[in-house]
Write a protein that binds this ligand. Structure first.
Ligand SMILES: [Zn+2]
Length: 170
């Protein structure tokens, strides 16, 4: 059967836009899209760790109400994932992961109390409606008017890395 639609995990209609902030030292006080002040919003976030784990993290994002945009710090997410997987499945640390969407807060709370399985929570999850590419910042400094400021290269992951000492990194 041909798949014509984007693969969707959550049972609820997609909602919220999402962006990852890959700069550990940069807090996003203003929305990168509209430059209004951003707020904080704690949300249960659904993450697929490829290939075999699907987890929910209760995580405080920066949030712009006007754009309905959630922004997560990449290094914080990876820190929380690393702590979680050190106990559960250390081999999964450093594999690809995909931040999929949000889970209804009430359902998530019930799930904690009654240890609901993720299968029971998925019908109450929403994939992100828009997934923006990672935040990009330019290097600070003075530039001529006709000069594009160079992009600041975000640092690579510190904790969420494969634990093989002899492997070669790209
Ligand atoms: Zn905004």
């Amino acid at each position: 059967m041909a798949m014509t639609k984007k693969f969707q995990l959550g049972g609820l209609p997609p909602s919220h836009s999402f962006m990852l902030n890959p700069y550990p030292d940069q807090s996003i006080w203003r929305c990168p899209l509209c430059e209004q002040k951003s707020k904080q919003r704690k949300m249960p976030i659904l993450i697929h760790i490829v290939p075999r784990h699907l987890i929910v993290l209760n995580y405080t994002c920066r949030y712009c109400q006007g754009c309905d945009l959630l922004i997560a710090h990449k290094h914080e997410i990876e820190h929380l994932l690393t702590e979680l997987f050190l106990q559960n499945d250390p081999d999964a640390i450093g594999t690809e992961y995909l931040i999929i969407g949000t889970v209804d807060k009430n359902i998530w709370r019930e799930g904690i109390k009654q240890s609901k399985s993720l299968d029971e929570m998925l019908p109450h999850a929403s994939d992100f409606a828009t997934y923006y590419k990672d935040l990009q910042l330019t290097r600070p400094g003075y530039y001529r008017a006709d000069q594009e400021p160079p992009l600041r290269e975000p640092p690579s992951s510190q904790e969420w890395v494969k634990a093989k000492p002899h492997s070669h990194r790209k």
